[in-house]
Design a binder for this molecule. Structure first.
Ligand code: PGA
Length: 256
């Protein structure tokens, strides 16, 4: 069975000192569990403080929210995989819909970022998802398949084990209007099938497929109860330690 993965995507929230306070509070509220992996993805400026605030009683992995594909050079404002590795990052969120929509990221660039992450031993969390217009036009499967295959273009089957996919319907992100567990399950099945056909079942099997988009303490359990849903990418609800701890507890309860 794939180990569940719960990722807190802080987006543009929390300074370094706020991050430290958050980690202490979360550590007091959340239980560590061997069968659920927790990733905190603060802004770049809070990565180091977040890592240093980790307490033995509540282990988590550190994730970044983006990277640039070159290791170094004249790329003002960018951050590279080796820089993130040295700070202790193990994961990196790539291709988030806000990066696609607001910053114009295309599948081709996202693919270069995925390749750079894997080259340096960072685990990419590749975000994909359709807009409401695309869903209403019956294009969901086509869009997510395209984003998946373009995002993972050139990735060897043996590297897939380090990849996680986050299915995040654009219309569900930050809107309070989550997909239903059935809607998410259907897309997750499609994604698993596409990966199995493109690589093979042995290589596609360990890839975790997360759901993201208005996950809350109230609805987390219904997503995590589905065997096709291997975890969650949580935005708004991860900023409050109590609500994130409740979501983590839902993931743990599903294991038993
Ligand atoms: P949300 O964000 O939980 O606030 O909808 C999810 C995400 O953008 O990853």
């Amino acid at each position: 069975m794939r180990k569940r993965l719960i990722v807190g995507n802080w987006k543009l929230h929390k300074t370094a000192s706020e991050a430290v306070a958050f980690v202490y509070r979360l550590s007091a509220l959340a239980q560590a569990a061997d069968d659920v992996e927790v990733v905190l993805a603060p802004p770049f400026t809070a990565l180091q403080a977040t890592a240093q605030a980790e307490l033995p009683a509540f282990p988590f992995a550190l994730g970044a929210q983006n990277l640039f594909w070159e290791d170094r050079g004249a790329f003002t404002g960018e951050i590279s995989a080796p820089m993130l590795k040295e700070l202790g990052c193990r994961y990196v969120i790539l291709g988030h819909s806000e990066r696609r929509r607001i910053f114009g990221e295309q599948d081709e660039e996202i693919n270069k970022k995925v390749q750079a992450a894997l080259r340096h031993g960072l685990r990419p969390i590749l975000c994909i998802g359709e807009t409401l217009t695309e869903r209403e036009a019956g294009q969901t499967d086509r869009i997510v398949t395209q984003q998946l295959l373009r995002g993972l273009d050139g990735v060897a089957g043996k590297s897939l084990v380090g990849v996680a996919i986050a299915y995040e319907p654009v219309w569900a992100i930050g809107t309070g209007q989550a997909a239903s567990a059935d809607q998410a399950t259907a897309v997750h099945r499609t994604l698993r099938k596409v990966m199995t056909e493109r690589w093979n079942s042995r290589e596609a099997e360990p890839v975790r497929i997360l759901y993201g988009g208005s996950v809350t303490p109230e609805n987390a359990r219904q997503f995590l109860a589905a065997p096709e849903i291997d975890g969650a990418l949580v935005g708004g609800a991860c900023l409050d330690p109590q609500s994130f701890a409740t979501i983590l507890a839902s993931a743990q309860a599903q294991q038993g």
